[in-house]
Design a protein around this ligand. Sequence first.
Ligand SMILES: Cc1ncc(COP(=O)(O)O)c(C=O)c1O
Length: 418
Amino acid sequence: MQSSYFSSLPEMGTDEVFDLIKAFSADKYPYRANLAAGVYCTDDGGSWPLNAVCRAESTLHHQADPTRHDYLPIAGDTQFLKVAQDLVFFFEENPQEMAIRSQERSLRVASVQTVSGTGANHIGAQFLVNHLNTNQVWVSDPTWTNHHIIWESVGKKPRLYPYYNTSNNCFDFHAMMQTLEAQARPRDTVVLHACAHNPTGLDPSKEQWMAIADMCQRKQLFPFFDLAYQGFASGDPSKDAWAIRYFYKQCPFIEMIVAQSFSKSFGLYGHRAGALHLVLADESDEIKGRAVAHLCHLLRCEISMAPKFGSMIVKTILSDQELTAIWLKDLQVMSKRIKSMRHALYHELIRLGTPGSWEHIINQIGMFSYTGLTPQEVNALRQQSHVYMLTSGRMSISGVNTKNLQYIANAIFKARQI
Ligand SMILES: Cc1ncc(COP(=O)(O)O)c(C=O)c1O
């Protein structure tokens, strides 16, 4: 019998997050806790379809538009792309202020719809390899693991810029700048987390963002913003887009990409709603048209066109003032619960007298905390207490709730004793 062509396939590692989720699902221990998954959970530990999303679903259901299952155009839904652009570059909570901002809309942005944030990262990476002839690509150390996979898939193994200082659990701005100043070259791409850095939960301050923007402009580096948590981080979408808007407004000739995800901020994880925005140095319709055509070419061979349902929900919400107001309240619910769990976990660890310093848990922002727990402690948490989190010490705070908080804090206390 002929052996398979694939019999010599090398072993391929699996993704730790998905392995942990699988192991967690198989674990029947009553107090088990999933602190690995990057999804928002309620205080009961369940999923939460946002109020605004439920209202939009019901509106769409009643409209029963006969074209609702049709294909989208390759570039995506035009109205969705407009509200997606507005959300990144102009959105303000106050409708009057939003109207003023909208007048500032410029035509410098070429956008296409993607398969969520992951698809936007990938199409953007491929586009830059093909058309910027990007030299090196720089990602933070650490970063979302998929950045490595995505850039390696387009033939660029990322280089690392320092980001996290393990000795004080802080963002190491100085080391980041020193490395990029010394080693980055013109046409290098620098991947930046626009807010709620995954996995560390540590973002640059406004002054630090200004210095990063200045360096990108001065050294002709190409910023690639990954925007996966807009509104989810602080509860305020304009605050979370501050860095992108600063680059956009204050560096008028800088060109950059924004990979936008609606997974977390609209709770639309499985619907894969996202967009890629390419910011150009000028408003020329000709360049913009050609850029969109090339992006469409990449989309055509990979997905033909993006999924529709999630983008219809986003479009329905952001095109309606009342639904937008409900969505803003939903963001407050999510971001406030996460912040309150950070504080509660911190206080419980201190009350127990857990060795070490824990302030960083409250100083970090967004879905994750980079706890500083060692791989041995993470392993002990799982073996002794059925608490699942990444070996790097990344904990999804959304898995913490008022019912399991004490159990988790006790488990950390025990793990610190080994
Ligand atoms: C930093 C970062 N970028 C992008 C994404 C993309 O997510 P999605 O493809 O679900 O939009 C995620 C999701 O975890 C993320 O954490």
